[in-house]
Design a protein around this ligand. Structure first.
Ligand code: HEC
Ligand code: HEC
Length: 353
């Protein structure tokens, strides 16, 4: 009897691991592959599109429940900003799928930035952060906006003093780090740990890849075919995260882009290729939020067209297009099959006092 219970426990414990292991290898079900054309099938396998693996966690900041909870409170706490009006969630708001509805962000004292605030959903999967890749980790990223004069406009000393002065935070820092000391590194580590939980679950595409071929509508299926073949989107948007994470030219009148970081003239106007997971939920699009409709974003990318060209010319000659308007609609419909299950994370009802 005891043995039997142990055996069933063994299965209960390891079955999810087994499932995860197959998922992580990016294995695509034979049934899903057979439902695609030969060309699309080969492209899908080469592009290694598959379900997301588990979130990578750096060894020097292990995930703990206590740190994540502290990070959640700090993420939503407006007292981190200079005038206590802005939190991380102001610009990466769960109501707008952890992004924002505006083209570019507004920080303290109503100051406008010139870049679009990306969603932090799944941002833990990037190797480099920001549209130009100027931060190397979520920990490194987190203190940027606090000190950015047009975002939260604070300095780290004042931020630490403010949090240190809130008695209610002491036990939370103790629980997360062993003692109540507040410093910038701990604030960054807690926020980063929290961000690593802001991850979406399986999308209809993932279900399709696991063998549920009805998870995609016929239009989305056509869009997937185009994405993999004629549209050649996979040359830049591949892998489980649907981006090579390289830097490529934009279709907009961009700022310096990647050259801001590398100071190389050849990197001028290059931007990080963003993930397409949840892209149906996170418009406006591109680094400066210049495009609000997903169809338009796909049209520009598919036909490698600059926004100015496109707006100037009126209806383009169909024979000059890689994807025509109907095909663009199919691809945009497919991109909506990349909307994953939202994490059940909510704004704290009250903050430490
Ligand atoms: C005033 C608006 C604003 C506030 C407040 C803000 N952000 Fe951002 N965030 C942005 C913008 C805009 C970008 C993109 C900037 C760029 O690429 O140059 C960004 C980028 C990011 C990224 C990188 C995402 C990616 O895809 O590379 C992360 C992560 C992030 N912010 C987290 C935070 C955290 C954590 C806080 C609070 C400590 C915060 N943000 C506060 C506007 C804001
Ligand atoms: C040469 C590489 C490349 C190819 C090919 C490519 N993209 Fe992209 N894509 C990018 C880059 C770079 C950006 C960001 C540009 C910017 O922000 O200015 C981007 C942005 C996007 C966005 C906006 C995402 C967001 O969060 O703002 C969408 C949607 C998109 N691409 C879809 C597609 C589709 C669909 C295809 C195929 C028809 C495609 N892309 C082909 C490089 C590429």
């Amino acid at each position: 009897m005891r043995m039997k219970t142990m055996v069933s426990w063994f299965y209960l414990m390891f079955l999810p691991l087994l499932v995860l292991a197959t998922v992580q290898e990016g294995k695509v079900s034979e049934k899903a592959l057979q439902s695609l054309s030969k060309e699309a099938r080969e492209s899908l396998l080469e592009a290694k599109i598959g379900p997301l693996s588990s979130v990578p966690v750096p060894p020097n900041n292990p995930q703990t429940k206590e740190k994540v909870e502290l990070g959640r409170l700090l993420y939503f706490d407006k007292r981190l900003s200079a005038d206590k009006t802005i939190s991380c969630a102001t610009c990466h708001d769960p109501k707008f799928n952890w992004a924002e509805a505006e083209a570019t962000s507004t920080g303290i004292r109503n100051q406008k930035g010139d870049r679009n605030s990306p969603t932090i959903l799944n941002s833990a999967f990037y190797h480099a952060f920001f549209w130009d890749g100027r931060a190397g980790s979520l920990e490194e990223q987190a203190l940027g906006p606090v000190q950015n004069p047009i975002e939260m406009g604070n300095d780290l000393k004042t931020m630490v003093a403010t949090i240190d002065g809130i008695a209610g935070y002491k036990p939370l820092f103790s629980a997360a780090f062993g003692d109540g000391k507040v410093n910038p590194e701990r604030v960054a580590q807690a926020i980063a740990s929290f961000e690593r939980t802001v991850v979406t679950g399986p999308s209809p595409l993932d279900e399709f890849l696991m063998g549920k071929t009805t998870a995609l509508t016929p239009q989305q299926k056509r869009g997937l075919e185009l994405f993999l073949t004629k549209g050649n989107c996979v040359s830049c948007h591949h892998g489980p995260f649907l981006t090579s994470q390289d830097y490529m030219p934009t279709n907009l009148q961009g700022d310096e882009g990647r050259a801001k970081v590398t100071k190389n003239l050849s990197d001028k106007g290059l931007f990080r290729i963003p993930t397409l997971r949840n892209v149906g939920l996170t418009g406006p699009y591109f680094h400066n939020g210049a495009v609000t409709s997903l169809d338009e974003a796909v049209f520009l990318r598919a036909n490698n067209m600059r926004l100015q060209e496109y707006k100037g010319k009126g209806t383009p000659d169909p024979s000059s297009l890689v994807l025509n308007e109907t095909e663009v609609k199919d691809v945009a419909a497919f991109l909506k099959a990349l909307n994953g299950k939202m994490p059940a994370i909510f704004e704290p009802k009250q903050f430490p006092q």
